[in-house]
Design a protein around this ligand. Structure first.
Ligand SMILES: [Mn+2]
Length: 300
């Protein structure tokens, strides 16, 4: 069996604040690119790794267009359920846009175990109880998961390391979504693969080249195929982002300067005004600091 694994699509009709291109057009272009690659590479099946949608509900016109595009794939499409698809509550999937796709039959829901073209495929939806036991499988099984598996330790709770998952399954393949940065962890008998995010909604994904994973079960070979999307710098408004970052940094510096000042007076507002003027800080920044100091005082 030759299949595609497609990472977090995060499809949405709401335009992310940092995007400066025609975002909706870009989303449908991506689906068309996936369709072209499906035909060029003669794949039998397409697996979606969850977070098909960025929000659990979308406009009717939007979902109808998604259905049109998925129909053009012309191969069976299966999906697990991601946290974004259901706002964290997997049991509620029938009330969501992904539930619509399941109901139309255009996308089939992957269950814990099923045989597709003679291969055992295990689907692990997003769960708040993510643990290594979920990855116990028979040799040669293909496991698809929408949960946090990372290649190296990560400043985030509740993740599993790819090497620990590999130790549990001993022989087989795990393909995961949820973590948006692509990676591959491979040892002699196990492959843990993540093709990464498809629709970049967050500027932290600026360096990602949206790609799908082509896997061939006959010889266990795989490769990542780029969707040839626009470069991150061409779709994100980096100037505005950098300016906001600088504004925030200036504000933080200013707050630190005030924190390190020994107060002889009770009137913090006057002190902020004085230090602000000394440091040549803009009036609106001074006002913002006074506002934050007042909140801090109230909540102290
Ligand atoms: Mn997710």
């Amino acid at each position: 069996m030759r299949f595609f694994a497609v990472g977090d699509l995060q499809l949405t009709d709401k335009i992310p604040i940092r995007r400066k291109d025609n975002f909706i057009d870009a989303e449908f272009k991506k689906l068309k690119s996936i369709g072209n690659l499906v035909r060029e590479n003669h794949v039998d099946v397409l697996f979606l790794l969850g977070d098909v949608f960025d929000y659990s509900t979308v406009s009717l016109w939007f979902i109808n267009r998604i259905v049109q595009e998925f129909k053009l794939f012309n191969v069976p499409v299966y999906s697990i359920v991601g946290n974004h698809d259901v706002a964290g509550r997997v049991e509620g999937v029938h009330e969501t846009a992904l539930g619509n796709l399941f109901e139309t039959g255009i996308v089939k829901r992957l269950s814990l175990v099923q045989y597709i073209n003679g291969i055992c495929v295990r689907g692990i939806d997003y769960t708040t109880n993510h643990n290594l036991d979920l990855y116990k499988a028979d040799p040669g099984d293909i496991i698809l998961s929408h949960n946090m598996i990372v290649p190296t330790p990560f400043p985030y709770t509740d993740y599993l390391l790819a090497c620990d998952v590999a130790n549990i399954i001993k022989k087989g393949v795990v393909i995961c979504g949820h973590y948006h940065i692509p990676f591959e962890y491979v040892n002699e008998n196990v492959k843990v693969l993540n093709p990464g995010v498809i629709v970049r909604t967050d500027i932290t994904e600026i360096d990602t080249d949206p790609s799908v994973l082509l896997f061939n079960t006959a010889d266990q070979s795989y490769k990542f195929l780029s969707l040839n999307s626009s470069r991150g710098v061409d779709v994100f408004n980096t100037e505005e982002y950098n300016k906001d970052k600088v504004d925030e940094l200036n504000l933080q510096d200013f707050i630190s300067a005030i924190r390190s000042t020994q107060f002889q007076v009770c009137d913090i507002e006057a002190t902020v005004q004085r230090i602000g003027k000394d440091l040549n800080i803009e009036d609106n920044v001074i006002k913002e600091v006074i506002r934050r100091v007042k909140i801090a005082k109230v909540s102290a």
